[in-house]
Design a protein around this ligand. Structure first.
Ligand SMILES: O=P(O)(O)OC[C@H]1O[C@H](OP(=O)(O)OP(=O)(O)O)[C@H](O)[C@@H]1O
Ligand SMILES: O=c1cc[nH]c(=O)[nH]1
Ligand SMILES: [Mg+2]
Length: 210
């Protein structure tokens, strides 16, 4: 498994505003989308392309286009939904599938409550979107799901991770064609499984249930 932590002052700046408990839901939503666009640049570095012949006003040339089968973007509901728009802006030809997952706040175990994905993902390149990688349980379950359906390579894009969760994902995905792109790796998890310093509950902050 490959891990890439974005190291860019614009990302760190936007992350600081995102973390601030005074930041309102509308601003939080806008920042998640902007951060997604910046992380997508890194996350799509290995997107598959194929050659295409075109004619410019001056001369014929060969360029590239996103290859078939088109990539599949999979936001993990709810919080991953906040990242979807930023990703489809950069990859408008991609297909979108959905996984609904909720972490039990006592046991910290994830459950999958909704799934809307193509049955056969053979040969598909998948991009999983979830802002938070805490214990890693949700991301491991989501990636396992896609690999079992035949996905060949999976890139997860997360805004924040805890070192404990990242290690768990690395262990679970050892030897698999999986890449994790992160905005930052924070200090630790607290006793409630929250990322410290983190940003709180991403789903609640996006959709205003606090
Ligand atoms: O790494 P983990 O310990 O599994 O935690 C991370 C998960 O927790 C959050 O979702 P949550 O379960 O709060 O659902 P929500 O997006 O509906 O708020 C987050 O968006 C991840 O999916
Ligand atoms: O810090 C955390 C951990 C899990 N889910 C979140 O939304 N935030
Ligand atoms: Mg939540």
């Amino acid at each position: 498994m490959r891990v890439h932590v974005a190291d860019h002052p614009l990302i760190t700046h936007k992350l600081t505003v995102l973390r601030d408990s005074q930041t309102t839901s509308p601003v939080f939503r806008a920042l998640v989308e902007e951060l997604m666009t910046l992380l997508a640049y890194e996350g799509t570095r290995d997107v598959r392309v194929e050659p295409v012949d075109i004619i410019t006003p001056v001369a014929p040339t060969t360029g590239v286009r996103i290859a078939d089968p088109k990539p599949l973007i999979v936001p993990i509901l709810r919080a991953g939904l906040g990242m979807l728009e930023g990703m489809v802006k950069l990859l408008p030809s991609a297909e979108v599938g959905f996984l609904g997952m909720a972490r039990n706040e006592e046991t910290l175990e994830p459950t999958t409550y909704a799934e809307r994905l193509p049955d056969d993902l053979s040969g598909r390149q998948c991009f999983v979107l979830d802002p938070m990688l805490a214990t890693g349980g949700s991301l491991i379950a989501a990636i396992d799901f896609l690999l079992q359906r035949g996905a060949t390579d999976v890139t997860a894009i997360c805004i924040l991770a805890a070192p404990e969760g990242l290690e768990a994902v690395e262990k679970a995905m050892y030897g698999r064609d999986v890449t994790v792109v992160l905005g930052a790796v924070d200090e630790k998890l607290n006793e409630h499984g929250y990322i410290v310093p983190g940003l709180g509950d991403a789903g609640d902050r996006l959709y205003g249930t606090v």
